[in-house]
Design a protein around this ligand. Structure first.
Ligand code: ATP
Length: 293
């Protein structure tokens, strides 16, 4: 159908840059998915007592002579928020790439509810995880269809509800044709902030077990910024979340923080534990967040 032919055209143009950026990875993730297959896939069993995500002895390198992630272990309890922090190029996206199984780990395991992600199909992964990243991915089509893409079985009411939860309904109702407004290719006829709100609405409708968010905010006005922030906070509530964190409140409230530098995980712990160490996080925190409220 029309809804999917566009992404497939885009795929042809994308293949050359696949490896390099999470933005492309996100597109491929969404494009290569065969959403109609997802209902046929076996659900990942719910493991209420166990860890929803488990990194065990994970080792990873992009290039043979440049080891990055070394023997990383982290057990993530259902409903918790994991913040990933570090300077640019630190490896934050790499962690997300591994979690999403865009790359195989060299050794060790990443499990979701006890199942190794290497043994999960793309639709299974997609069913369990949704991403809201800086690089938004929207297709030429109506606002309605762009939101619904998060869950093709969603009803009209689901779409409206997701738009409300994400605060996107506010701007949608002011568009010339409301939900039936046609977006251009790459949604250039709405603002960057509005594109992000739509991506958040799509994540709400997907209602995944695991939410992956990038808090980095590009140049949006302060009102949109606070709407995005509020919607993101709502999105991670009662849900296991990994947040590439840029906000003080996120790192302070996180159940665990993964601190990265030069591609490596240098420290993990809660905000208070990490401050007490007087190590890399302590310095990063003081340079980036001290005095910020
Ligand atoms: P930013 O905040 O700028 O988005 P980041 O913390 O997400 O950065 P990554 O994108 O994970 O950082 O990059 C971590 C390191 O791995 C960097 O040194 C980067 O150059 C390198 N890297 C990332 N992707 C690849 C790849 N596909 N091949 C080789 N090296 C890569």
């Amino acid at each position: 159908t029309n809804m999917f032919s566009e992404p497939i055209t885009q795929l042809a143009n994308l293949t050359s840059t696949i490896q390099y950026t999470i933005a492309s990875a996100e597109r491929i993730f969404q494009i290569l998915d065969e959403p109609e297959m997802s209902t046929k896939q076996r659900d990942i069993p719910d493991d209420k007592t166990g860890d929803v995500v488990d990194f065990q002895h994970v080792n990873f390198r992009y290039l043979p002579d440049r080891p990055l992630i070394h023997n990383f272990n982290l057990a993530v309890k259902p409903g918790s928020t994991i913040a990933i922090v570090g300077p640019t190029g630190a490896g934050k996206s790499t962690m997300i790439n591994l979690l999403e199984h865009f790359y195989d780990v060299d050794s060790g395991h990443i499990r979701i509810n006890g199942v190794d992600t290497r043994n999960m199909t793309r639709p299974q992964l997609r069913k369990n995880m949704a991403m809201v990243l800086q690089a938004t991915w929207l297709f030429k089509g109506t606002v309605f269809d762009n939101i619904k893409y998060g869950n093709l079985h969603a009803t009209k009411q689901d779409v409206y509800k997701a738009a409300k939860l994400s605060h996107a309904d506010d701007f949608i109702s002011r568009l010339p044709d409301g939900y039936q407004t046609e977006l251009n290719e790459n949604a250039t006829n709405i603002s960057q902030g509005q594109r992000q709100l739509l991506t958040i609405a799509r994540a709400f409708i997907a209602n995944p077990k695991i939410m992956i968010l990038d808090e980095a905010t590009s140049s949006v006005d302060t009102k949109t910024e606070s709407m995005i922030q509020e919607a993101m906070e709502r999105l991670v509530q009662n849900r296991t979340s990994f947040v590439i964190a840029h906000r003080l409140s996120t790192i302070q409230n996180a159940d665990d923080i993964i601190v990265m530098n030069h591609g490596h995980i240098v420290e993990t712990g809660t905000h208070n534990e990490l401050l007490k160490k007087h190590g890399f996080y302590y310095r990063l925190y003081n340079s980036q967040f001290a005095g910020v409220h």
